[in-house]
Design a protein around this ligand. Structure first.
Ligand code: HEM
Ligand SMILES: *[C@@H]1O[C@H](CO)[C@@H](O)[C@H](O)[C@H]1NC(C)=O
Ligand SMILES: *[C@@H]1O[C@H](CO)[C@@H](O)[C@H](O)[C@H]1NC(C)=O
Ligand SMILES: CC(=O)N[C@H]1CO[C@H](CO)[C@@H](O)[C@@H]1O
Length: 343
């Protein structure tokens, strides 16, 4: 009996050691090796179909769902790993603390994206209660929605656990910002194990969705305080004028927003990169990929060959979907995606 206990103890110790990823190590580490495409083979064989059916009807009813979900996935994974920490709502926290989704940077993580996960979770709880983690649901939903928009379809390994923590301050300090320099962005992704190539490929997500005017207003009205009407020279002048008109009232109406990819806003394609070459990059961080010599070669590569972009994007999405995932006792399968089980 004693011996068996000791063996068990050693086994868990080994497990813990193998799960502890060295700092700065991204995908593959962090327990990613424990995930498997067949994780729910016995406990919930229908998982992929149930998620896909629910998010497909959600996307048809609310076409902004897909881009919103893709961004939500990125915000979940990049902060403390793909662990559904971004889904926790304020009402399930102590009054004194705020979860990730209430960080200033969440801006407008769109409600439709949260709703897509909630619906898939509801359908799964009917079929296989208590089995499928919210982190896995968000990962699958994102893959399905990207492919629905015309993007690549890629295999997703499963078995993530949901986080036991969520802090707004983590989102504030770990997410990229539009005003970061190329070196800052490269560093931010690099310390998490993502190469420059990964970063440029992932940024291709901006081939869909919206940005609010305040995210780029500094480029089109009073660039670097050089005077009213002065425009960021990286922008095409006609494009900048159109943006000025679209956002004219943005201080009074903060909901004003424009498409990230003006040419094919609802299609997941490589036009985003061609836009960057023509001065149609919406955010400063988009244009910067074109102006910096370290990132520009990848922009040209993806602008000229969509197949290469899709291959690299799919690989980078698989990589980020393994970033710091929780397995075993590091997390739980939440009953509700917006709250921890122990409340
Ligand atoms: C490289 C650094 C990045 C910066 C600085 C950045 C910044 C932003 C900003 C400011 C917005 C507009 C949000 C709003 O106004 O509501 C946005 C939208 C978006 N971002 Fe990023 N982002 C980055 C990388 C990524 C990555 C890696 C992904 C996914 C893989 C992503 C996916 C999206 C999507 C899909 C939208 C549109 C959301 C919607 O329509 O609801 N972004 N991003
Ligand atoms: C970027 O803007 C934010 C405010 O949105 C500011 O707090 C931050 O210091 C700026 N960062 C850089 C790198 O300029
Ligand atoms: C684009 O890239 C794919 C995959 O690497 C390659 O097979 C194809 O020949 C390329 N197409 C062009 C037009 O270069
Ligand atoms: C979708 C979502 O949860 N958005 C939240 C972002 O943070 C603000 C507070 O800073 C909340 O009011 C929003 O509900």
């Amino acid at each position: 009996m004693k011996q068996a206990q000791e063996l068990l103890r050693r086994f868990f110790l080994l497990l813990l050691l193998s799960l502890a990823a060295p700092p700065g190590e991204a995908a593959g580490g962090g327990g990613g090796g424990f995930l498997s495409p067949n994780y729910y083979h016995r406990s919930c064989p229908g998982v992929e179909k149930i998620v896909s059916d629910t998010v497909t009807s959600k996307q048809i009813a609310n076409p902004t769902t897909a881009a919103g979900t893709l961004r939500l996935f990125f915000h979940d994974c990049f902060v403390t790993g793909c662990d559904a920490s971004v889904l926790i709502s304020k009402s399930s926290m102590l009054p004194s603390s705020l979860p990730e989704r209430d960080s200033e940077i969440n801006l407008s993580l769109p409600g439709d994206a949260f709703d897509a996960v909630v619906r898939a979770k509801a359908a799964l709880e009917l079929q296989c209660p208590g089995q499928v983690s919210c982190a896995d649901i968000l990962t699958l939903a994102t893959r399905d929605l990207v492919s629905m928009l015309g993007g690549p379809y890629y295999a997703v390994a499963l078995g993530r656990k949901d986080s036991l923590f969520s802090h707004a301050s983590d989102a504030d300090s770990f997410l990229p910002r539009t005003n970061m320099s190329a070196s800052q962005l490269i560093h931010l992704f690099g310390t998490r194990g993502f190469s420059i190539q990964d970063m440029v490929a992932l940024a291709g997500a901006h081939t869909v969705g919206f940005s609010h005017c305040k995210e780029f207003a500094g480029r089109i009205y009073n660039y670097q305080n050089k005077g009213w009407g002065v425009v960021d020279p990286q922008l095409d002048m006609r494009f900048a004028k159109a943006l000025q008109r679209a956002c004219a009232n943005y201080l009074k109406d903060p909901t004003l927003s424009t498409f990230n990819d003006v040419m094919t806003p609802g299609r997941f394609d490589n036009i985003y990169y061609q836009n960057l070459q023509r001065g149609f990059g919406l955010l400063a961080s988009d244009s910067m990929l074109m102006s910096d010599a370290r990132t520009r070669p990848f922009v040209s590569r993806y602008a000229s060959n969509q197949t290469v972009f899709f291959e690299d994007f799919a690989k980078a999405m698989q990589k980020i979907s393994l970033y710091r995932v929780k397995t075993g006792q590091q997390g739980e399968v939440r009953r509700r995606c917006d709250s921890f089980n122990n409340i």
